[in-house]
Design a binder for this molecule. Structure first.
Ligand code: PMP
Length: 383
C-alpha cells in the first residue's frame, strides 16, 4: 500500500534541493562566522544571504531585522519574554489569543509568575480572534500581545493587520507566531504592522533545529542566551550554519513556488473537505475559507482521535489529531475547546495537512480510508 503522508503541519521533510544547497556548509565551507580568515568570511556571507532570503519572504525592511534561533519555540520565548522584560517601564500587562501554541502560552504564564498580568483573548467558533475584546482590554500599560498568523490545528488565518492597528493605538507590540503560515501564504510584516514574527525552518521544508525571529527596527528584546554577542547580541552562540543556510534556501523556494503550490493543494483540500463532510455526524473545524490552503480539520461524533489516527495508520496514511507537541497528554485540545466544542467532541478530531508529496490521485483512497475508519470505530463505540 502506498504511504500517504498527511501530517505536514507536524513535520515537513527537508526538500532535496535544500539539502543539496546546504550540505557544503557541513563539510567544506564551515569556518566559524566570527573568525577573521577567509573561511569565516565565506560563512558570514552565507548567513547574510540566508537572512536576506527570510527578509524577502516576509517583506522585512532589511536582512538586519532577521535573527536566527534554534526554532519557533525559542523565537516565541525571546519575542514575548524578552520584549515584555525590556518594556516594564511602559507596563506589565501582556496578552495572547487563547488558541496560541503552548510555547507562547507557557512564555506568557512564566511572565505572570513574575509580576506580569496575563490576559487571554477569546476567539469565535471558527477560531477568529475577538477584535472588540482586544480593543476593550488593551490599556496604556499593555506591552506584548501575541496572535498567531494561522493556527496549526484548525488552519484559521487571523486578522493580523486589524489587530496590529488596535495594539499600536495603545503603544503596544504585536508578536505573531507564523510557524504554520510562513512559506505557505504571503506575509508582509511592514504592510500588516507586525513588530515581531516567528518563523520555523522545519515547517517549510528546511532543516530541523533552526528558526528565525523578525524584530522590527527599534525593538530590543532582552536576550536570555548570553555569550559572544552573535545575532546582534539577541542570541549568542556559534551559528547553526547548515541549518541557517538550509532555512534560507527553503525560504527562497517557498517564495518562488508558493502561488502554484497553494493552488494545487487548495484544490485537493477542497475536494477532501467536500467528500469527508458527506460522512454522517462530521464537522469541519476552523474557518471554511479564511484558512491555510493545505489544511483541513474535522471532528467526528462518538469516537476518539487517537483511534482514528491508529486506524488510518493501518491504511498507511498518516494524519494528526491535535498538535503533535501536546499529543502525548491525551487531553482534549485547548484550541478546539476554545471554539466552544465539548470535551467529547474535541476528542474526536482529525487534522489533514497536505504537502509536496500529495496529489489528486490520492483523494479516493484517503476518503475511503476515512469513511471505513469512522464507520468501524462507531460500530465499536460504547457512546
Ligand atoms: N508554534 C506553532 C504554531 C507550532 O505549530 C509549533 C510546532 N511546530 C511551534 C510553535 C514550535 O515549533 P518547534 O517545536 O519547532 O520549536
Amino acid at each position: 500500500m502506498e504511504k500517504i503522508y498527511l501530517d505536514y503541519a507536524s513535520a515537513t521533510p527537508v526538500d532535496p534541493r535544500v539539502l543539496e544547497f546546504a550540505k557544503r556548509f557541513l563539510m567544506k565551507d564551515m569556518g566559524n562566522a566570527s573568525s577573521l580568515h577567509s573561511a569565516g568570511l565565506g560563512t558570514r556571507k552565507a548567513i547574510v544571504e540566508a537572512r536576506t532570503r527570510i527578509a524577502e519572504l516576509i517583506n522585512a525592511e532589511s536582512e538586519n531585522d532577521i535573527i536566527f534561533t534554534s526554532g519557533a519555540t525559542e523565537s516565541n520565548n525571546l519575542a514575548i519574554k524578552g520584549t515584555a522584560m525590556r518594556n516594564t517601564r511602559k507596563g506589565k500587562k501582556v496578552m495572547a489569543s487563547v488558541i496560541e501554541h503552548i510555547s507562547v502560552l507557557n512564555s506568557m504564564k512564566e511572565l505572570s509568575k513574575n509580576g506580569f498580568e496575563f490576559g487571554m483573548l477569546p476567539v469565535d467558533s471558527m477560531g477568529i480572534i475577538d477584535l472588540d475584546q482586544l480593543k476593550e482590554r488593551l490599556t496604556d500599560d499593555t506591552t506584548v500581545v501575541s496572535i498567531m498568523y494561522a493556527n496549526n490545528e484548525i488552519g484559521t488565518i487571523e486578522p493580523i493587520k486589524a489587530a496590529a492597528k488596535l495594539i499600536h493605538e495603545k503603544g503596544g507590540f504585536l508578536h505573531v507566531d507564523a510557524t504554520a503560515a510562513a512559506g505557505k501564504i504571503p506575509i508582509d510584516v511592514q504592510n500588516e504592522g507586525i513588530d515581531l514574527l516567528t518563523i520555523s525552518s522545519n515547517d517549510m521544508y528546511g532543516p530541523q533545529g533552526v528558526g528565525a525571529l523578525y524584530i522590527k527596527p527599534g525593538i530590543k528584546p532582552q536576550p536570555f542566551i548570553l555569550g559572544g554577542g552573535q545575532e546582534r547580541g539577541f542570541r549568542s552562540g556559534t551559528e547553526n550554519l547548515f541549518g541557517i543556510a538550509g532555512m534560507g534556501e527553503a525560504a527562497r523556494l517557498a517564495k518562488e513556488e508558493m502561488a502554484e503550490e497553494n493552488g494545487r493543494l487548495q484544490k485537493i483540500r477542497d475536494q477532501l473537505i467536500e467528500q469527508i463532510l458527506e460522512i454522517e455526524n462530521t464537522n469541519l473545524t476552523g474557518h471554511r475559507t479564511q484558512r491555510l490552503p493545505h489544511h483541513a480539520s474535522f471532528t467526528f461524533g462518538r469516537i476518539e482521535g487517537e483511534s482514528i489516527l491508529l486506524n488510518m495508520n493501518q491504511y498507511n496514511i498518516q494524519i494528526a489529531t491535535g498538535s503533535a507537541c501536546t499529543s502525548r497528554t491525551l487531553e482534549a485540545s485547548h484550541v478546539l475547546l476554545a471554539l466552544g466544542l465539548k470535551h467529547e467532541e474535541a476528542h474526536g478530531s482529525m487534522i489533514i495537512s497536505l504537502g509536496k508529496s500529495n496529489s489528486e490521485e490520492q483523494i479516493p483512497h484517503i476518503v475511503k480510508a476515512v469513511r471505513e475508519t469512522i464507520e468501524r470505530l462507531r460500530a465499536m463505540s460504547p457512546l
